[in-house]
Design a protein around this ligand. Structure first.
Ligand SMILES: [Zn+2]
Length: 181
């Protein structure tokens, strides 16, 4: 089980490179035959995930507490806090990112053995479950092929329905990786 708060560190998991996560996100887009830059993430939750035997459980704040979402990759269950789900439906970037993040856990973290009592200082970002799910969320919501056609943070935020922070981070990282000039 992977509970997702607003924190940077999760469990220690099998290391993954950015390119591997990008490939997984692109493959999932292909599988769903999504060609548009903008991803209707709530539609995926409502109609697509149930078709591939994923159970989406929208929970009260009482049930999930400070977790925005919680994913059980091995049983194919995603729990989302109802306020997060509602705001995602209204197009709020931060909450759309959370929904995409949970799909990242589902796809990347099936069958993994989670390290017990993780000490946040003892593993690298690329072997951290939260870093990996965040990386997936960015790749899934903002595919490289479409980001390449955009120029500014504001344009990325608008085109992909993400927060300005997420758009800025995406552009910075792609420049660091030499994908964008
Ligand atoms: Zn998470």
């Amino acid at each position: 089980m992977l509970g997702c708060k607003n924190k940077n560190r999760g469990h220690k998991v099998r290391p993954l490179k950015i390119v591997d996560i990008r490939e997984a996100a692109d493959a999932f887009r292909d599988l769903l035959e999504i060609r548009s830059p903008y991803l209707d993430i709530v539609k995926i939750y409502d109609f697509v995930l149930p078709q591939i035997d994923v159970t989406v459980d929208v929970c009260t704040e009482e049930e999930l507490g400070e977790n925005h979402g919680m994913t059980y990759p091995d049983t194919g269950v995603i729990k989302i806090r109802e306020d997060v789900y509602r705001r995602a439906g209204e197009g709020k970037g931060r909450d759309r990112f959370t929904l995409s993040h949970e799909i990242g856990h589902l796809i990347l973290h099936t069958g993994i053995a989670l390290a017990r009592g993780p000490d946040p200082s003892d593993h690298k970002p690329y072997e951290d479950s939260e870093w990996q799910a965040n990386t997936f969320a960015a790749e899934f919501l903002m595919p490289v092929e479409h980001v390449c056609a955009t120029r500014s943070i504001a344009e990325v935020a608008k085109r992909f329905g993400v927060s300005c922070d997420a758009a800025r981070t995406r552009l910075e990282k792609l420049k660091q990786q030499g994908v964008l000039k």
